[in-house]
Design a protein around this ligand. Sequence first.
Ligand SMILES: NS(=O)(=O)c1c(F)c(F)c(SCCc2ccc(C(=O)O)cc2)c(F)c1NC1CCCCCCC1
Ligand SMILES: [Zn+2]
Length: 246
Amino acid sequence: VLFPRAPWSPALREWDSRYPDCGGAMQSPININTAETVFSPQLRPIQLAGYSLSSKEMLKLKNNGHTVVLELPELLAIAGGYAQQYKAVQLHLHWGSPSGPGSEHTVDNHRFPAEIHVVHYNTKYDNFKEAMVHPDGLAVLGAFLGCSALTLVLPLADEEVFVPGFNIAGLLPANLNLYFQYNGSLTTPACYQTVKWTVFNQTVQLSQDQISLLVTTLRGDDDSPLQNNFRGVQKLHGRHVLASFQ
Ligand SMILES: NS(=O)(=O)c1c(F)c(F)c(SCCc2ccc(C(=O)O)cc2)c(F)c1NC1CCCCCCC1
Ligand SMILES: [Zn+2]
């Protein structure tokens, strides 16, 4: 296991003592206060390469006790919007419960039903384990999941299933030009402060029954329902959030 099981109650401060970066000054997620974002016209549209996978590719979908993870082939890459090349590692979700939303980032203190993270690593490093400890090592594309129709294959099984490849770009908003960008961290121990975050402004639509199916079907480590797997928002400590739009 890469990281010991991260206890999801945000109240637990034990992360900081066991993982010093978790108490650092560049932590994620954050609340994005749109009145304080800095419009940066030099931010180019995010471009995805290799995201449309043939159904001959089989992808492992697993419940790792904290979230549902879809492992991605390194074919997928960010081809625009970042200064260096990043290749995909995996995507996973954060969600709430039948009684409340569960995105990790908030916008003007609004929490969305759920949030998808597509994690990539900088190809100047040999692999993501090497990359994740370097400040320019990781790039995560985050998108808010709203409520309307979307066909998202989710593991109803507890452990792992294989699903045929599909167009992973369909899990991200249609408009990749409107986004926020800031320097932050992994939102789970060891909270490495090595992530350049892109959070899209447009939400991706999911059907309500699929959201509720997600939050009630997956089981956590101790077989309790896996819900509210989001970390509380962290202080900016003087960081600026850039916006690709006004
Ligand atoms: N939002 S996030 O990107 O920080 C993130 C989370 F918030 C996450 F909660 C997770 S899952 C919790 C960490 C974990 C637990 C078990 C296993 C396993 O048994 O294989 C693996 C990982 C999780 F996997 C990730 N992303 C991973 C972080 C771990 C290693 C870096 C590269 C993959 C992205
Ligand atoms: Zn995440």
